[in-house]
Write a protein that binds this ligand. Structure first.
Ligand SMILES: Cc1cc2nc3c(=O)[nH]c(=O)nc-3n(C[C@H](O)[C@H](O)[C@H](O)COP(=O)(O)OP(=O)(O)OC[C@H]3O[C@@H](n4cnc5c(N)ncnc54)[C@H](O)[C@@H]3O)c2cc1C
Length: 412
């Protein structure tokens, strides 16, 4: 990527390549018959006051890089600008599952073909996977590779967005002293509307004197942690025999470090361990994702509602979202993709967020029942919104209280 530092000395950004498709008017932003086309003839530096870029992506984090890659894969003639601090220097692991190729696969450091949950009484329910695999990678390696792959095709301004002002034809952005203008802005730098709650977590990468769990099993939820009226779990990945990632997850604020210590000491029965790396975060969770288009500003990433409420996983959903947006650009010359989501997925998100608000203690019983009765692949595909109809119904069948909730919902 070509990086411009807003606060730095003057740099002269490269002039853009001429487009392969030509229009006769400079800065042309409207096609015929009211159809918006994103191509234009004018080629001026990105800070030019009158330049209207095709697309600006704010944030320069995961969803921004995924979207830049997907857009350029379908149209390398667009004027694309990333605005946001560089993501290099971030350090945490990222996990996902998939039965198909993803843009994350090359950086995977560990994979599992069995996932498990552990109920409150310590019974581990293992789900062997046939189609899917559960993978983990280090985000820093992925960002480095992604940044190199984008190469000079994408310009990045490393400043922060201070204001966004859409009008009917374009969107203006203030970045330091500069004003940028684009036909479309994909915004990942902010949470676009107030979330219903936050998923909060603290993770420790820990070295342990001896193996504490089965190296072949990714323990995605262990409910042996004090719930305190919340939905909480511990997530445990055996990275090697003597190195684990252990993460405490809650939806209400809590002392994650104290809970992690209690888990290591009382549940894993460890007397010594060393925390070699730490990661933490809070992911916005939405009962319904925010509106897709807000006056030519399109929220993407977790701020755009792409984290799955029940899990907080987001990266495969952000990747699929980017692919949809790119397909829309390729097929309709407009980068707006209407997300197509099955009704059961929407209802299950509503059900989960409603339970969080009313009776979070039910959630671990619900997930335990699902793990007990539904094949692992079906469950993971459902959580990733990729399940067949049969698998969707299989999941719905084992959700206790679901019908009662539906009835009360339609009555109100
Ligand atoms: C420690 C951690 C571990 C996670 N693990 C997983 C996981 O295992 N699996 C999974 O699916 N998800 C995981 N997530 C959730 C989610 O996938 C990540 O948060 C992911 O980075 C979200 O991508 P994003 O593009 O929405 O946000 P980000 O990647 O955070 O990108 C937003 C960017 O906006 C920039 N920014 C902020 N303000 C401004 C501004 N004013 N102007 C310009 N730029 C600005 C920030 O610098 C940031 O780079 C994890 C999150 C964290 C924090």
């Amino acid at each position: 990527m070509v990086v411009h530092d807003v606060g730095g000395e003057s740099r002269s950004p490269r002039r853009r390549r001429p487009s392969s498709r030509c229009h006769s008017t400079a800065n042309l932003s409207l096609g015929s018959a009211g159809t918006h086309t994103i191509l234009r003839d004018s080629r001026s530096p990105p800070y030019g006051a009158n330049e209207v870029l095709d697309i600006i992506i704010t944030g320069a984090g995961l969803s921004a890089l995924l979207l830049a890659q997907s857009l350029l894969a379908v149209r390398d003639d667009i004027q694309l600008q990333l605005v946001g601090p560089s993501s290099t220097g971030r350090s945490h692991v990222l996990s996902y599952w998939s039965s198909e190729q993803t843009p994350f696969d090359l950086d995977v450091i560990a994979s599992w073909s069995t996932v498990s949950i552990v109920d409150r009484h310590g019974h581990e329910l293992r789900a062997p996977l046939k189609r899917n695999r559960y993978h983990t990678l280090r985000v820093e390696a992925w960002i480095d590779r992604m940044t190199q792959a984008l190469g000079p095709r994408v310009e990045q301004i490393t400043g922060t967005v201070e204001a966004i002002a859409p009008d009917d034809r374009s969107v203006r952005l203030r970045v330091g002293e500069h004003e940028l203008k684009a036909d479309w802005v994909f915004a990942s730098h902010r949470v676009s509307s107030p979330p219903d709650c936050w998923q909060r977590f603290l993770g420790w990468e820990v070295t342990v004197p001896e193996p504490v769990c089965d190296l072949d099993v990714a323990r995605i939820m262990d409910f042996r942690t004090a719930a305190e009226g919340d939905f909480r779990f511990v997530y445990l990945l055996p990275l090697t025999e003597t190195r684990i990632l252990v993460e405490h997850v809650s939806y209400e604020p809590c002392d994650h470090a104290a809970h992690l210590e209690a888990y290591l000491r009382d549940v894993l029965a460890l007397s010594t361990w060393e925390v070699v790396r730490q990661e933490s975060g809070a992911t916005p969770i939405f009962r319904d994702p925010p509106p897709r288009t807000q006056n030519r500003v399109i929220p993407i990433g977790v701020g755009g509602g792409l984290a799955k409420p029940a899990t907080g996983y987001a990266i495969t959903r952000m990747w699929r979202d980017a692919e949809q947006i790119a397909a829309s650009l390729r097929d309709h010359d407009e980068p707006i993709a209407a997300p197509a989501r099955g009704m059961l997925y929407r209802l299950s998100d509503h059900y989960f967020v409603d339970l969080l608000g009313t009776d979070p203690s039910q959630i671990c019983d619900l997930l335990t029942a699902l793990f007990r009765h539904v094949p692992g692949d079906a469950l993971l595909d459902f959580l990733d919104e990729q399940a067949s109809l049969g698998d969707r119904l299989a999941v719905a069948r084992w959700v206790p209280g679901w019908l009662k909730w539906l009835q009360s919902r339609s009555a109100s």
